[in-house]
Write a protein of this length. Structure first.
Length: 408
């Protein structure tokens, strides 16, 4: 596999060289300036896998501040009840409820001061509060997310970056980052900040996707190589990295959570305690297992993409125009890597008002009601939300031919 001088040094050990495992293309949203060609690389020194992009952390923070999915409280439903209940889907609430119960069991001290960094709309904090924890603070770059945290759960929430938090936030007995590290351009800086926010002897809770086992839960090609998840961890490498940053392992484990109503997803999680000694990331042992697992995932994704392309070619390859329903990560890949790249796309439908008025490869993203009366075939480019899209088509009385994406 080709080696390269990295656009961003390894987020764990800062090595400047890596090898390219896969080059991912996207039909990126025209107005957001997201990279449309990204190398997925493995660090030559430690084996960490990540997206080699030049984006700075402040740019990522700004993106989440302005375009966080939690700023759209209609994402998982609609109605007046949204003002008093969390906007997350039931399956995600179940995950966060289980996380709160796990922390309550392992720490067994509800008087501890807790920071949920990257709190989104605060449901983890809300579930801890239900279990008797009352010294809780949330931190998130999205002002809508933090406002929702306070309104719905009655928990203090601060708008700001985890890397450079407000100076007066203080220290915490527990700092939780649930599905945060995979989004950050500067992982080492995040862990340094985490250490500064944690009291001596305090705890850090981390949960991230388990890249070593992506292939065991494949639902869509290259699903995990997306514009948001830019770091790919294994449990072994995460634990060794934390040790170099002055955190000793208390408990770690592999786990499976739901990433939709029907699709399980592999994660790793654990508790680490802050200790006095900080090590050296130059001593990180190379992780062979992570690269091997990701290589299997790349091969399986390539086979699935070829299967999908053959299906779409047979279904719409000769069409004068199609409608694409779904403006998410899978759509961004299919529009750049299948026959949809050359078939005219007259519109892209998405239920999120945040996306309306934006464009993918020049095609406008519109509200579902805008396609009533159309006759072009509709290609459903969402696996996780296919059932709700089919229901929406029925509710709108659409008679267009529907083309679904084959699963593995």
């Amino acid at each position: 596999m080709p080696a390269k001088t990295l656009l961003r040094p390894c987020p764990l050990c800062t090595a400047p060289q890596g090898r390219v495992l896969h080059t991912q293309t996207f039909a990126a949203v025209d107005e957001l300036g997201v990279e449309d060609v990204v190398d997925i690389v493995s660090c030559n020194r430690c084996g960490f896998v990540f997206s080699d992009i030049p984006t700075k952390q402040e740019e990522l923070d700004k993106s989440y501040e302005e375009h966080s999915k939690y700023a759209d409280t209609t994402l998982y439903g609609s109605g007046e009840e949204e003002t008093e209940t969390p906007p997350e889907a039931k399956w995600d609430l179940d995950r966060l409820r289980a996380t709160a119960a796990w922390l309550d069991e392992k720490l067994a001290n509800p008087t501890l001061r807790v920071l949920d960094a990257g709190c989104a709309t605060g449901s983890l904090l809300g579930f801890l509060k239900q279990l008797g924890w009352n010294n809780l603070v949330g931190l998130d770059p999205s002002p809508v997310a933090t406002a929702t945290t306070t309104r719905v759960h009655g928990v203090e929430a601060i708008t700001g970056s985890f890397i450079t938090p407000p100076a007066d936030v203080g220290q915490f007995d527990v700092v939780a980052l649930s599905h945060v590290l995979e989004h950050l351009g500067e992982v080492r800086a995040a862990v340094v900040s985490m250490r500064e926010l944690t009291t001596p002897g305090g705890y850090v809770y981390l949960e991230v996707p388990d890249a070593e086992h992506y292939v065991d839960h494949l639902v869509a090609p290259y699903h995990d190589f997306n514009t948001e998840h830019i770091n790919h961890f294994s449990l072994g490498l995460l634990d060794r990295f934390m040790a170099t940053q002055g955190f000793e392992k208390i408990v770690t484990e592999h786990n499976t959570v739901m990433c939709s109503a029907n699709d399980p997803y592999p994660v790793v999680r654990g508790l680490w305690r802050r200790v006095e000694t900080v090590g050296n990331t130059d001593d990180l042992a190379f992780d062979d297992a992570l690269g091997a697992g990701v290589a299997r995932y790349i091969d399986a994704s390539g086979a699935l993409m070829a299967k999908i392309n053959a299906h779409l070619t047979a279904e719409v390859g000769d069409s004068d125009g199609v409608i694409v329903w779904g403006a998410g990560q899978l759509a961004m890949k299919l529009l750049s890597s299948t026959v949809l790249e050359r078939v005219p796309v007259v519109a892209i439908v998405d239920g999120s008002p945040q996306k309306h008025g934006l464009h993918l490869q020049g095609a406008p993203i519109v509200d579902p009601g805008k396609i009533v009366g159309s006759d072009e075939p509709i290609v459903i480019t969402s696996v996780h939300h296919e059932a709700s899209i089919l229901a929406a088509c029925a509710d709108l009385g659409l008679t267009n031919r529907l083309v679904r994406i084959p699963r593995p």
